[in-house]
Design a protein around this ligand. Structure first.
Ligand code: NAD
Length: 256
């Protein structure tokens, strides 16, 4: 295993050759891949968790005030969600998928930026959902954020589902909420089948998502971690690069 404080040319060359050889690679992304697009992560100094505690699922379903707070926070982020665009990290992943080296991107992110960078929906596995739309918790009907925002501005709360009267929530997975079964099964299959598993921008501290790198490693994949700070799984990886995602990925995919 190689661990360095800063990405060196030999780290980047090693990552490039692993990516070039990969045929069933998986990229696993966390909040860190989107910070260069201007979306703060959770655990870096100044990250979202240092400012506000998340609303837990049980509170959301049982307490109208928790729902109001949650929607207020969501609307405060609306300008950010509408203006963010993919960065060099997302574009590098899209290129690796287009060239057939990476089969799937498993993401913990809710920002839709992998799809916006050109990765087809069929190759993106969203473990924590997507904040760009909402869903009824009872019947699963899709609800657009704009419709909820207009209702919220008039009435101070979100509307119930027009089809079944159920509670509507952003299509994300909150703390305390069950993980999406279909996405978890797809992520497991992709991890078991991977020849290379590349973690990009995750502290690997949120479970069950953070179990996939070790699952892939145990089934024979090379495990690479690219993250600015140390992660909880650095000691298991074949290659660890502590560096900035955009520059490292751009350099590593040169010629691919
Ligand atoms: P995290 O905040 O726990 O860890 C992010 C890691 O990325 C940190 O260890 C940090 O060192 C690293 N990082 C940040 N910017 C970087 C850069 N430019 N280059 C290299 N490394 C960089 O994030 P997580 O592991 O994804 O867990 C947080 C949870 O929060 C996830 O479940 C995710 O659903 C959610 N979240 C999503 C978004 C988003 O959708 N963009 C943003 C914040 C949080």
């Amino acid at each position: 295993m190689t661990i360095r404080a800063q990405a060196t040319e030999s780290d980047i060359a090693a990552l490039g050759s692993l990516l070039r050889e990969a045929r069933r690679g998986v990229v696993f992304t966390g909040a860190g891949i989107s910070t260069e697009s201007g979306i703060p992560d959770f655990r870096s100094p100044g990250g979202i968790w240092t400012k506000m505690m998340p609303v837990h699922y049980q509170d959301y379903v049982s307490d109208p005030e928790a729902r109001r707070v949650s929607w207020e926070r969501r609307f405060e982020m609306e300008a950010t969600w509408n203006s963010v665009t993919p960065n060099d990290g997302h574009r590098s992943v899209a290129r690796l998928i287009d060239k057939g080296h990476i089969a799937h991107v498993i993401t913990q992110n809710i920002d839709n930026l992998h799809q916006a960078s050109g990765v087809p929906d069929s190759h993106v596995i969203e473990l924590h959902g997507n904040t760009r739309h909402a869903k009824c918790l009872t019947c699963g009907a899709r609800v657009e954020i704009d419709a909820i925002k207009s209702h919220f501005e008039k009435h101070g709360d979100a509307p119930d589902c027009r089809l079944c009267g159920g509670i509507v929530k952003t299509a994300t997975i909150s703390f305390g909420q069950a993980m999406p079964e279909g996405e978890m099964a797809r992520a497991e299959a992709a991890s078991l089948n991977a020849d290379l598993f590349l973690v990009i921008g995750s502290s690997l501290s949120v479970y069950p998502a953070a179990a996939f790198p070790l699952l892939a490693k145990r089934s024979g994949a090379q495990l690479v971690i690219l993250n600015r700070d140390e992660t909880e799984q650095d000691s298991y990886a074949d290659l660890v690069i502590h560096g900035e995602i955009g520059p490292v990925m751009t350099a590593a995919i040169q010629g691919i």
